[in-house]
Design a protein around this ligand. Structure first.
Ligand code: NI
Length: 176
């Protein structure tokens, strides 16, 4: 499959609620092709996660994970995962404030508070169940991508608008 164009804010696709992957779609050529497009597009842009709505498909699926990333400093690897129809339960409501970025917002970053620990469940592209309890960056990443399925982007969750900045400028002052 191939690298797809990224939908950016202003595109209504990013603001719609995506619909569930249906049982008969698991393992289908259509879904497996979509997954490959997501991986190809993520690799091309060097991101750590990407939701289907970011390539113009309003369905509840995203991919995420990496062994190493230039995009964020000091984060531990996250296993490469395909997640359909995710459900999130908060296991540690303590929040941390961290800068987030998003392919749909180019190089903008802003500080977002999110719960530090979650349990997420869902299915892989073949319909096999997935359930994990995770913390920190992994938990933040899954929350960020799940937001995309509900038409939410990280900017909506920035409490202090003054934290918003371009990655290059923030890097210059030591913020990653
Ligand atoms: Ni994003």
């Amino acid at each position: 499959m191939s690298v797809q164009a990224i939908t950016r804010i202003g595109n209504p696709t990013l603001r719609e609620r995506s619909t569930e992957i249906e049982v008969h779609e698991f393992g289908s050529e259509w879904l497996l092709n979509l997954v490959q497009d997501l991986w190809d597009t993520q690799a091309h842009y060097g991101s750590v996660g990407i939701a289907a709505s970011q390539i113009g498909v309003n369905r509840r699926i995203f991919v995420f994970g990496f062994e190493s990333t230039e995009r964020y400093k000091n984060v531990v690897p996250v296993p490469r995962t395909v997640l359909c129809n995710p459900i999130i339960k908060i296991t540690d409501p303590t929040t941390t404030n961290r800068y987030e970025g998003c392919l749909s917002l180019d190089n903008l970053r802003g500080e977002v508070a999110r719960p530090i620990g979650i349990e997420y469940s869902g299915f892989d592209a073949y319909g096999n169940p997935i359930k994990r309890t995770v913390t920190n960056f992994h938990a933040r990443l899954v929350q960020h991508e799940t937001d995309h399925l509900d038409g939410v982007v990280f900017l909506d969750r920035v409490q202090d608008i003054k934290t918003i900045g371009f990655r290059e400028e923030l890097n210059k002052v030591g913020i990653f």
